[in-house]
Design a protein around this ligand. Structure first.
Ligand SMILES: [Zn+2]
Length: 251
């Protein structure tokens, strides 16, 4: 009960509403936790297509093994940080957004931002994704203003208006046994001039329950390319929606 109420509150409170002004439909690909295979399983496909993705990183997990598989090494993180792909902020300790009290969540976000600067003093995370679940209201208000945008779940595309503190996304693994549902989601989003954000974790021939296979991922990328949508990392999709990048977020 508390969980269901929390989910509704996460949707309706602490909004940063913004009308979308994109001239073309948009599709984004995001990977939470940054398992190594999220990069090795997709990199050649993205390179061939000339498009880029967003990797939401918990720096505290780098080099470790998580429920979503082997997480990227510090070297791989550094490589992607200096590439046209986007690295985004999860939380340093991969703390769940609903399960974690606000103070601890904020500290873990701030630690992730600090640790990022140890890789590159000028690097910044423009966007955030909520680990594990939807955010507490207070958490949403805080991180919603700390980043240009924050991504959640919802299994639906964004259309008409965005909540910058709660971008909706579609987790591939939840429909991996029903690719038709994924294809239909692309078609509906494109027809609505929407912004469809795909999320997943590992991309491996033997994926965890949180990931998908490279073959399925390749199909989804092909359908996306054929749909005519722009394919952009989240921070670039925000610009395409008419959101000017903020030069200095509150420290
Ligand atoms: Zn995660």
């Amino acid at each position: 009960m508390r969980y269901a109420l929390g989910r509704r509150m996460a949707r309706w409170f602490g909004k940063r509403p913004l009308r979308m002004r994109n001239t073309r439909p948009i599709i984004s690909f995001t990977f939470d936790d940054f398992p190594t295979s999220a990069y090795t399983g997709t990199e050649a496909l993205f390179r061939q297509a000339g498009v880029h993705a967003t990797f939401y990183t918990s720096i505290g997990l780098l080099g470790k093994t998580a429920p979503t598989g082997e997480i990227a090494s510090r070297e791989l993180f550094r490589e992607v940080l200096s590439s046209p792909h986007e690295v985004g902020c999860h939380t340093f300790d991969h703390l769940g957004a609903f399960e974690t009290p606000f103070g601890a969540y904020r500290a873990s976000v701030e630690r992730n931002l600090r640790e990022l600067r140890s890789f590159d003093p000028l690097a910044k995370f423009d966007t955030h994704s909520y680990p594990i679940s939807f955010p507490r209201t207070r958490t949403k208000r805080y991180v919603g203003n700390r980043f240009q945008a924050c991504r959640a779940g919802g299994q639906i595309y964004n259309q008409g208006a965005l909540d910058l503190a709660y971008l909706q996304s579609f987790f591939i693994e939840r429909s991996r046994s029903n690719p038709t549902a994924i294809r239909e989601q692309i078609e509906r989003s494109v027809q609505a001039n929407g912004w469809l954000i795909f999320s997943t974790h590992d991309v491996d021939d033997n994926p965890t329950v949180y990931g998908c296979t490279p073959a399925l991922f390749e199909s989804i990328l092909e359908w996306s390319l054929a749909s005519g949508a722009l394919i952009l990392p989240v921070r670039d999709a925000l610009s395409a929606c008419g959101i000017a990048a903020q030069s200095s977020l509150s420290e």
